[in-house]
Design a protein. Structure first.
Length: 447
């Protein structure tokens, strides 16, 4: 057990083996607490991700008047108050590092006659919120924010929001979800159009709780969603699948390190989340799926991943939404591929927990890799990685885990500072990696 996770040092190891149990899906975990809180009755959630981001949403829901308890068997009970039962919180809602938590909850508050102020950490306070607050204002909410639409944001919601007819410039599940959540109490049908389909966990879970939600993919690839307003949500248990975005790290680590052969059971296989698996397979990755099944309304499978020689490919822009959180670790995989990997249509990476195009590319270059980028693309040429550098996580969990993975194949160790941020999505990352054979060590040697 690592006693200090602030700075971790990653070096080569002899291959990963065994079973890697990644935690619950972050997106579905947030939604289970939020929609469970808006339902009538008690929702039991099993497999919840107990990471900092989800716990921030849990605390915010409690501050909004929902009782949420953690049971002895590990499950969570959400005692819903119905779609109009929330109360104004006495203190600002601090969502920490969580873009999903803050943006979805803004939608919830906008559609109720309550007022809440939202805040977050340094990273979240730099991220754009107007993409959410503008459509919510159009639905009737009164909103004030810091200059440039940044946190802190205060929202005075309305009991009878106008139905939305929102067309989003970007494929973003957070924007779409905020509008749909505000539309639950609207009198008419709310519609959201996005240029490509983003993850649809909100739509699936709304249906699971009894709402009427229709999705339609047009011939040109645009995605249309409509929610019938004045929805009544009824509690329904939720089994959270394991997170494909967290599975990405052991997957790539196993592909890259000789002699590796691991299984990663119970991974969510929603087609709007599996772009990285498709891409790694196209690159020559030995990934096999077995035991494909449906759990809690989401497709799930067990993965087996073995060390493979990868080859560079062009990753199509249309795939970006289905692997948006996986580009940092894909760029790490591409440093070990034979040839050039081009990723296009990835400008959204610039407004994540960090500017992920710049931070990933600069880190790879500092470690001795070959990479170039512009506003909307990144190109990595495979080759030797010297390592021997220190990378700052900059409050970005996926940056921290990506460079710890790069350290597994670099000549000299890679040190990553600020690894506490990994707790936002993958609290046991280092322990689980080492349990399968990795050599991650806390700086100072205290493992
Ligand atoms: C998420 C949506 C994505 C993703 C984030 C989780 C969600 O963000 O990057 O980690 O749970 O809705 P965008 O919707 O901004 O693309």
């Amino acid at each position: 057990m690592l006693s200090s996770q602030y700075t971790l040092i990653s070096r080569r190891h002899d291959g990963l083996s065994g079973q890697f149990l990644v935690p619950g899906d972050k997106s579905i975990s947030h939604r289970s607490l939020i929609l469970g809180g808006l339902a009538i009755g008690t929702t039991r959630v099993t497999g919840l991700l107990e990471g900092d981001d989800v716990l921030a949403t849990c605390n915010a829901m409690r501050a909004l008047g929902v009782t949420i308890t953690h049971e002895d068997d590990g499950s969570w009970l959400v005692h819903g108050v119905g779609t109009a039962g929330l109360m104004s919180p006495a203190v600002p809602l601090d969502l920490g590092n969580s873009g999903t938590g803050v943006r979805l909850l803004m939608g919830v508050v906008a559609g109720q006659p309550i007022t809440a102020t939202f805040s977050g950490d340094d990273s979240l306070s730099q991220r754009p919120m107007a993409r959410v607050t503008d459509p919510l204002a159009a639905m009737g909410a009164q909103i004030t924010s810091r200059d440039g639409g940044r946190l802190p944001v205060t929202i005075k919601g309305v009991a009878d929001p106008l139905a939305a007819a929102h067309t989003s410039k970007v494929a973003s599940a957070q924007i779409k979800s905020a509008v749909l959540l505000a539309g639950i109490n609207a009198r008419g049908t709310s519609t959201v159009t996005e240029p490509h389909a983003s993850r649809d966990h909100t739509e699936s879970m709304l249906r699971h709780f009894g709402a009427t939600v229709v999705q339609d993919m047009a011939d040109d690839g645009t995605h249309h969603v409509s929610l019938t307003g004045e929805a009544v949500l009824r509690a329904a248990d939720i089994a959270v699948p394991r997170d494909p975005s967290s599975a990405a790290f052991p997957m790539v680590a196993a592909l890259l390190t000789p002699a590796s052969d691991i299984t990663i059971p119970g991974i969510g296989m929603n087609p709007l989340r599996t772009g990285l698996i498709t891409t790694l397979m196209e690159m020559g990755g030995d990934i096999t799926l077995s035991n494909e099944r449906t759990e809690g309304g989401e497709p799930v499978a067990d993965l087996r991943v073995r060390h493979s020689q990868l080859y560079g490919i062009d990753v199509p822009a249309a795939r970006a939404a289905s692997m948006i959180d996986e580009y940092p670790i894909l760029a790490i995989a591409a440093t070990q591929a034979d040839g050039v990997t081009r990723m296009t249509g990835v400008s959204e990476l610039r407004v994540k927990e960090t500017d992920r195009i710049a931070v990933v590319a600069d880190g790879i270059a500092a470690a001795g890799g070959s990479v170039s980028y512009d506003e909307d693309s990144m190109t990595v040429t495979g080759g030797n990685i010297a390592g021997g550098v220190t990378i700052a996580s900059q409050h970005d969990h996926r940056i921290a885990m990506s460079f710890l993975t790069l350290g597994m194949v670099s000549d000299a160790a890679i040190t990553v500072t600020g690894c506490m941020t990994i707790n936002t999505s993958f609290p046991d990352f280092a322990t689980l990696m080492n349990g399968c054979g990795a050599a991650l060590a806390a700086a100072g040697g205290d493992t």
